[in-house]
Design a protein around this ligand. Structure first.
Ligand code: GRF
Length: 226
């Protein structure tokens, strides 16, 4: 008799805009590469293009518009109450552009991931590509990390590098990094869904039970000469 397949991990994905990482995740699930069940996609912006991508994939969508709440705490509470209806084992931030409060982050401790377009700890925050160019970086990239109260500061689990070309603009660099993000995020999510990626009481990330003192690296993927 064959073992029953393990049920896919229920997840909720939070977005604010374009949703290209969401699309990459949806496609990875469709290709059988990602054992997750995307229970819902939530956006804080009604116009987020990612909402249409979710709808096309038959995923429930909700808008929780932050401008309609008196303060961050009220927004966070509404968001949390909504997410918890789906009982997710993992909350995935995919271009979600709101800072989340301490209590919200504590509630999802060890079960919330984010993707950030830089090689953290370099360039947390916005405009990462221009800042990498301004700093004269020869290498740039993207990082997946557990979310903690420090913005873009939780333990990094996986990174991918891209070489920076002399002729690069913020836009050209952003495009190459984004391509990598689409490969990177499903890998880290799969690790989590398979129970390989965990978070301990000391706030450390572990892969296969071993503390990740440094993030794992995905080799450069484009192979294009720069
Ligand atoms: C990505 O660059 C991601 O790293 C950052 O926000 C952007 C979202 O893009 N957090 P998309 O909405 O997934 O296309």
């Amino acid at each position: 008799m064959t073992e029953p397949a393990t049920a896919p991990l229920p997840v909720v994905i939070l977005i604010s805009g374009r949703g290209s990482n969401l699309q990459a995740i949806i496609e990875a699930v469709g290709q059988g590469e990602l054992p997750i069940d995307i229970r819902a996609v939530v956006s804080n912006r009604p116009q987020a293009n990612g909402l249409q991508r979710a709808t096309r994939a038959g995923i429930a969508t909700t808008v929780i518009d932050h401008t309609r709440y008196a303060d961050r705490q009220a927004f966070d509470q509404a968001l949390q109450a909504h997410i918890d209806r789906y009982q997710p084992g993992l909350v995935i931030l995919a271009g979600f552009m709101r800072l989340l409060g301490k209590e919200f982050v504590a509630h999802y401790r060890g079960r919330m991931l984010n993707i950030h377009p830089s090689l953290l700890p370099d360039f947390p925050g916005l405009n990462t590509h221009q800042r990498a160019l301004d700093a004269g970086c020869k290498v740039h990239g993207a990082s997946v990390h557990f979310v903690t109260v420090d913005m873009d500061g939780g333990p990094v689990v996986l990174q991918a590098h891209v070489p920076v070309a002399v002729r690069d603009t913020a836009a050209s660099l952003a495009a190459r990094v984004l391509e990598l993000e689409h490969r990177l995020y499903p890998v880290a999510i799969r690790w989590f869904a398979e129970g390989r990626l965990t978070f301990n009481d000391h706030g450390q990330a572990l892969l296969d039970g071993i503390i990740l003192n440094a993030p794992r690296q995905l080799p450069a993927l484009t192979g294009k000469p720069v």
